[in-house]
Design a protein around this ligand. Structure first.
Ligand code: ATP
Length: 444
């Protein structure tokens, strides 16, 4: 993990939030490469979940919502973690994550066993809307995006004229005042979620739970997480929410252990029923076939952008020993990100920076590709160093404009370039005109 954290900072994937003021625990900023990686991840999720299907539509709900939403959903009374205080070092700790010694819970900070009894700590951030700070103006920063989907169910149903089964998808920020944010961006206090609520008839729920599990595993494979690092954990009935008839966690082998990446829950009709009850507004569905009203059931795949990004970085990080032409060996750090996810799709390099013709040609290649994909032009340093810099950034392809390209070694290779593969470091020659199609095929 230390190596990944250090690479993330060095290369501009992730910075500590408000770093120059000492940071803010549980909050992170995403730098130039990080923001591209997240965008690719979110875009691909949206493409898979919304654009490629005709049974799912999108929503972008507000972060602040009427307080009653959280009363109805149960978050105000029960969205809490058990917390204990260490009487010795005064640390606040999550009671269900304490190490044990001889059957006794221990403080992981100072080692003391002198801990208070667990008590519930609500994870929602509270704020006030408007100029008065009293009970009537309390609002919460949403701890998940899903509730906006439930409370807008009727509006979306009416405008989209969808028939069951159909889904509503959303990507957006969520906030949880985690007791112990930890493991870098794995558990933070401000994070982003990608959630789908897939509404269906009651008899379809269990089957759709299986369907979505398969779909989501396929998604993870398609962004470069191999099946051998993914595990499916079926949550036993006694650990599930009382309304859930089935829940799977898709887990990933992080360097700090096998941990939840995504939750897929069959939530029955709990959410819509609660909001119908508390709002007094109908949130039912009229089934034309049976001419009857029902509250749809729902299956919810829910994943954190930050957590998925960390999984991508952990899976991609690699170090290998390579030997150069002079027989000198060195360690190559390489991020083997799937080309689809890579923040920069290709680096473009003139072999020498002080040759006008090479530079001009390389810039033409950049202009040809820009707009369609993120490219990076680099003319400084030895070509080997430039390749290494892009290896660390996860750039899957490097294009070098050399003397062959500009016809100095005869007409045969004029207007061709070398394409270097990040993973194998192999190179091949391609005509410049064929480059866009070659790259497109790899990155879409
Ligand atoms: P936990 O039990 O680990 O606190 P949870 O089971 O309550 O988490 P869910 O409510 O199911 O988590 O959230 C769905 C997804 O949102 C998680 O699988 C994870 O990817 C992401 N997520 C949840 N909490 C955080 C967080 N604090 N930081 C980053 N991502 C999070």
């Amino acid at each position: 993990m230390e190596k990944i954290v250090s690479l993330c900072k060095r290369r501009g994937f992730v910075f500590q939030s408000s770093e120059i003021y000492g940071g803010l625990n549980g909050c992170w900023d995403y730098g130039p490469l990080g923001v591209e990686l997240r965008r690719n991840l979110k875009d691909f999720w949206w493409r898979r979940m919304v654009r490629e299907r005709d049974d799912i539509v999108g929503l972008d709900g507000s972060i602040l919502m009427n307080r009653q939403v959280w009363v109805a959903s149960g978050h105000e009374s029960t969205f809490s973690d058990p917390m204990v205080d260490c009487r010795n070092c005064k640390s606040r700790l999550r009671a269900d994550q304490l190490p044990e010694k001889n059957g006794q819970k221990q403080c992981p900070v100072c080692g003391s066993f002198d801990l208070t009894e667990p008590r519930a700590f609500n994870l929602m951030f509270k704020t006030f809307v408007g100029a008065t700070e009293d009970d009537s103006s309390i609002a919460y920063l949403r701890p998940e995006t899903a509730q906006a989907i439930f409370v807008q169910f009727r509006n979306v149903l009416e405008v989209s004229r969808k028939k069951l089964p159909f889904g509503i998808a959303q990507i957006g920020k969520a906030f949880r005042n985690e007791i112990n944010p930890r493991n870098f961006i794995f558990r933070s206090r401000e994070f982003e979620m990608m959630e789908l609520e897939y509404f269906c008839f009651p008899h379809q729920g269990l089957e759709l739970l299986e369907y979505w599990l398969k779909e989501r595993l396929r998604f993870f494979n398609d962004i470069g997480l191999s099946s051998d690092k993914l595990h499916v954990h079926s949550i036993p009935a006694e650990e599930r929410a009382h309304y859930s008839q089935g829940t799977y966690d898709i887990e990933f082998e992080f360097p700090f252990g096998i941990q939840e990446l995504e939750g897929i829950a069959y939530r029955t009709d709990f959410d819509l029923s609660q909001h119908q009850k508390f709002s007094g507004k109908p949130l039912d569905y009229f089934d034309e076939e049976t001419k009857s009203h029902l509250i749809p059931h729902v299956v919810e795949p829910s994943v954190g952008v930050d957590r998925a990004m960390l999984a991508l970085l952990c899976a991609a990080y690699d170090e290998e020993t390579v030997t150069d032409e002079k027989g000198k060996s060195e360690t190559r750090t390489v991020l083997r990100l799937h080309p689809r996810m890579a923040p920069i799709k290709c680096g473009v390099f003139p072999l020498l920076k002080n040759n006008e013709e090479l530079v001009k040609k390389a810039k033409e290649v950049v202009e040809m590709l820009r707009g369609e994909m993120s490219v990076f032009y680099d003319e400084t340093g030895a070509i080997g160093r430039r390749y290494r810099r892009q290896d660390e950034a996860g750039t899957p392809f490097g294009i070098t404009v050399d003397f062959d390209t500009i016809g100095e070694n005869g007409p045969a290779n004029r207007d061709t370039v070398t394409v270097r593969y990040r993973d194998s470091m192999e190179q091949k020659r391609l005509a410049i005109a064929d480059i866009p199609a070659f790259l497109r095929e790899q990155i879409t």
